[in-house]
Every structure is written in structure tokens, then in C-alpha cells.
Write a new protein. Sequence first.
Length: 381
Amino acid sequence: MKLPPARTGELLRLKDRELDFSFYPMTRSNRRWGIHSTLYAADPWAVIAGSVNEGISASSDKAAAASFVRQAHEYFSAAERAASIETRPLLYYYSFLNLAKAIAMGRGRSGLVGKVSHGIGHVGGAATGHTPSTARLQVGASDPAVGGTKSAIDELHWALEGRGVTTGHYSVSEIIPQSVIAHRMWREAFEQPRKERFIPVDEVHFLQDAAANQVWLSLYISRATLLARGRGLKEVMSQSTLDASYGAVSVHDATVSSKYHVLEQRHPTAYSGRAADVVVDAVKGITPALWQTVTAHPPYRRYYLYLSPPGERRMPQWLSVYATLFWLGSLTRYQPVELFDALDGKYGPFFREFLETQPKQLLYMLASDAKQQNVTRAAIV
């Protein structure tokens, strides 16, 4: 199939350098938008505490939110020190539950001091069980009635996604594959390993047509990677949810076209003043489709497309980690035998790797969300 040509444009340069892609590429001063930098933090808790405090005006709410952050820090530290692995999921979950309330308060969400529901629970009954293949979770929203119970998970979803959480039942078997780092261990748990669902995005570029006053994004995906993983471009576009907003294009550079599939934002973002003024708007359209890993070395973030099989209920990346920690923590409290079965069964390598890596990843992602700036672990010599 012949592809349409790429839109005419050039790499967007601000202050005489190419603008690097991130979820938070720009920062707003009193006058205008400027380029954001990466914040290196050996202690993301201080970043979170400061960011939450800046977003709250009432002194009583400041004190409550600060307490939630301290409690979250203590739970997280206890999980890191825990000698037995079965205690760690519950401690991690309570850490992120408190962090959810604090970050939501920092984003202006109210009613989070007092009785607040988890917003997530195990679905019981004869049709479900406690194994990774049978368990289901119920996700609920805040009660809209005046004085109704707030849902911590829904309030955090509003704070981070700008809308309420998608409620209903989620199968644990659909949630756990959405873990980037431990994904290959999930694959290997099957007698006939499943296809990998994460596709690396090798490059993301901001482009500009200065004459037309437009900005857009282009994604580069390795042809060799898709071939090695048995994935077609149409399948990748559809299952990553990109097909509605991005399309494959042909480029004049033969070196690029032979190595990469180039995906271009279908509808560029127009501006009337400076291109920098709309960069944040251009990014908003791609963030729901991108998963990320946080690294301590350049480029500090790596991005991936997650391919959801037809019919699967998809979660934001942070929510899939949060929900998995809740489920493992629930087993710790109520079904410890099933937890040991999960840790020692065919999914054992996956869950053990998950507990080693994903809490720290989620912590840095939430620190970035709270700060509205890329926060990464400092490489200390």
C-alpha cells in the first residue's frame, strides 16, 4: 500500500536547539512558555512533598497532605526493608494509597481528609477466585451525592488524567501484562509464550511548519523490531489506539524509511504567536498511548506502545501498577496461601520482578506528575 507523503516541515528548535520529547517538555512562567529540564532526585519524596504543598492554599489541608506524604514514605521504606516478600505488596499499596490522596489534593481535589474509600476491591463470588487467571477487581468512582464517599483511585485519576476512572470489573489477567519491565517474564509463564505486547518507540520528534504556524509529532518505530516480534504495522496502530490520531507516512530520506516506520500526527496543532505556546497541547494527544520506563542515564525516559488485544480493558500505565499492588496486597491480608501460590507458581518470576522494579518506577512517575516535570533518579558516584 502506497503511503501518503510526510507533511512538509522541519524539526522544532527552541533557543537554537532541538526540543526533546517528554510528557512535560515545557514550563509556564508569568510571561511565556519555556523549555523544561529534567530534575535529578535521589529523594523523590522531597520533590513530591514540595509540589503537593505548592498546590494547596488552606493550612489545614497542607498539614493533612503533608501527613499523607510522610505516611506514604514510611510505608514505602518499610516495604523496601521487609525481610519477607509476602509483606511487601501491602506496604507498597498503602504507600501509594496515601500518595494518591496527597497528589490529588495538590491538584485541587477536595474531600480527601476523613473517610475515603479505596475505590478498588476484589470481586468475590463463585465465578471468581484468587489466582492470576481468575481474579477480578472492581474499580469504583467517587459518590457524586453531596457528602458521598470519595474514591481515592478515582480522585487520583481525575488529578492525573483530567477525567474520572473507567469503572467496572477488570480481570487481573488483563492488568498484569501491562507491566513494561516484567513483561517478558509474563510471556514466559505460558507453555506457548504469548507475543510481546510492548513495542519500543525509537524516536519522537516535534516538527514545525513555520509558514503555516503548525506543530505536530512524528514517531519512529523500528521495522526490524516489528518483524522480529511478528507484528504488522496495521495491528500495532490499532491495538495501541494510535490509529485514530496518527497515520503512517513516507519520508524522502531513504536511510530513515528503510529502517523505520514513521507515524505522523494526523491533525497538527495551530498557533498564532510562538510555536512554544502549543507544544504542551501537541503532547496531550499522545500521552495516553505511551508507556514509559524511568532510567538514571540518558535519555532518562524510554517510551513504548502497549498493544491491547481485542476486548481487553486497558488502563493507564500508573493504574495498572497500582491495581496490581492492590491485588497482591489483598492476598497478603486475606489469602496468604494464594499469594504464595502466585509467588511460587508459573507467574512467580513475573511477580518477584514486578515487586523489585515497579514500585520505584511508579514512585518516580508520580513524582513527575506531581511536579509536572521529568523527575529521574540521580546517578550518584
